[in-house]
Design a protein around this ligand. Structure first.
Ligand code: CTP
Length: 412
């Protein structure tokens, strides 16, 4: 998504049905993500959901008052509106999150005894169902039959996640509501069936590498991984099969992205080479070490009085290596520079055989490393595009806009 592009779900009308369970509070975050993505969100709370969450957060985040009862009352009198029918006529997607065993049962069996279940009686498939319940309930034959019947009718029932259950003594089990980011991704897939990166396998690298010197010490750099994580997360939202190869970074896996965690430059090279075999594009946002200690020790070095020199050897230049058999695949690099930023980046782009390179400054007031926002230049064989300071998620969108254009040329 570029700075000025409309939010991807703008103009899309969604109904967010929230049933009552301990996961209900997570649907507040889902409402926030849907609204941020530009969707209109009408929340429907069941009576039991209203025991877990208040309507107010939904109202603030979506700008619409949640519906809680069958026939709206004004001054104690029914308004005569039938929103359970008009809502399903207008909605582009109905999402039930969390979906308890009870609402799944009512949806599958056609029971309409409250607003949400009655609305579901006239829901056009696919509705998106994000279950959350005790693992024994999820595994029960009755529940599984209801899930199969909904799927046969064309609805999308997500698999619940594995996690620690609400009561600690119950340990781990499958029954946890899928994460809001994953539900958003599933919603995008339904609402935007043909996004601009669909069909592309994209490998993104992120973070620093660590080059071992002894049992407790290593050489590394200040990279946080934020840029690469943002790129992989945005690419998954735009339909790419996104794989993120990351060095040590204190960031959570982005929704919908397969993450391969590595430590050293050598491990990153191996992981990227494996993924590159059937990939269409690679974006190397990682700050890969250029040198590693020649003879790392399994023990801890002891200090002495003399000065100490550590002998270093070169690591493989991953981009340069992969560009040898590039073919018509897309290769993108980053250039982190302190001086002569664009000149040096241009030279790197040519030397490494890249389609384009993203140049950043890594010193002074606009130091990109570790920051949430950065100024960048996108340089291809024709021109240098100077971008303003952008939050890294937005910059990721701008970089992916370029990639999407190239991808559309390849596949059409
Ligand atoms: N890169 C790589 N393999 C390496 C080192 C860097 O693939 N061993 C990639 C980086 O991920 C980045 C690009 O090459 O996309 C440029 O990295 P940078 O460190 O800026 O450039 P270097 O080629 O290492 O040159 P120098 O350190 O001399 O600036």
């Amino acid at each position: 998504m570029s700075e000025n592009a409309p939010a991807p779900l703008s103009g899309k009308k969604t109904v967010l049905g929230v049933s009552g369970g301990i996961a209900s509070y997570k649907s507040i975050d889902l409402a926030r993500l849907l609204a941020l993505d530009g969707a209109e969100v009408q929340t429907v709370l069941t009576e039991s959901a209203a025991s877990f969450v208040q309507p107010l957060p939904f109202e603030v985040l979506t700008g619409q008052t949640p519906i809680r009862r069958m026939f709206p009352l004004e001054g104690g009198k029914s308004t005569g509106d039938m929103p359970h029918i008009s809502l399903t006529e207008d909605a582009d997607l109905i999402i039930i999150a969390p979906a308890t065993a009870n609402i799944i049962g009512k949806f599958a069996q056609g029971v309409g005894d409250d607003f949400l279940s009655t609305l579901l009686l006239s829901a056009k498939p696919p509705a998106l169902v994000a279950p959350a319940m005790n693992p024994r309930m999820w595994a029960s034959p009755a529940l599984q039959e209801n899930v199969s019947s909904l799927r046969e009718r064309g609805h999308v029932v997500m698999e619940p996640g594995v996690g620690r259950m609400a009561r600690a003594e119950e340990g781990l089990g499958r029954g946890r509501m899928p994460e809001p980011g994953d539900i958003l991704l599933a919603a995008r897939k339904i609402l935007l069936p043909d996004p601009d990166l669909s069909g592309m396998k994209l490998v993104v690298t992120a973070g620093p590498t660590r080059e071992k010197w002894d049992a407790v010490r290593y050489l590394s750099n200040r990279s946080s991984g934020k840029m690469g994580f943002a790129l992989a997360g945005e690419a998954a939202k735009r339909g790419a099969d996104a794989v993120l190869v990351s060095g040590p970074a204190a960031l959570a896996d982005p929704p919908g992205v397969r993450v391969v965690r590595v430590e050293s430059a050598a491990q990153m090279y191996e992981a990227v080479k494996n993924e590159w075999a059937d990939a269409h594009a690679l974006v190397m946002a990682a700050a890969v070490a250029d040198y590693r200690p020649v003879d790392p020790s399994a023990r801890k070095h002891k200090k002495g009085d003399a000065t100490l020199a550590v002998e270093l050897e070169r690591t493989t230049d991953i981009l340069a290596e992969l560009s040898i058999e590039k073919g018509d695949r897309i290769l993108v690099g980053f250039a982190a520079e302190t001086d002569e930023v664009t000149e040096r980046a241009k030279e790197k782009r040519e030397r490494k055989g890249l389609d384009f390179i993203v140049a950043n400054r890594v010193s002074g007031d606009e130091d990109a490393m570790g920051a949430d926002a950065s100024r960048a230049w996108i340089i291809d064989s024709n021109a240098t595009e100077a971008l303003p300071v952008l939050e890294k998620g937005i910059l990721a969108g701008r970089i992916l806009d370029r990639l999407a254009k190239m991808w559309q040329n390849i596949i059409t």
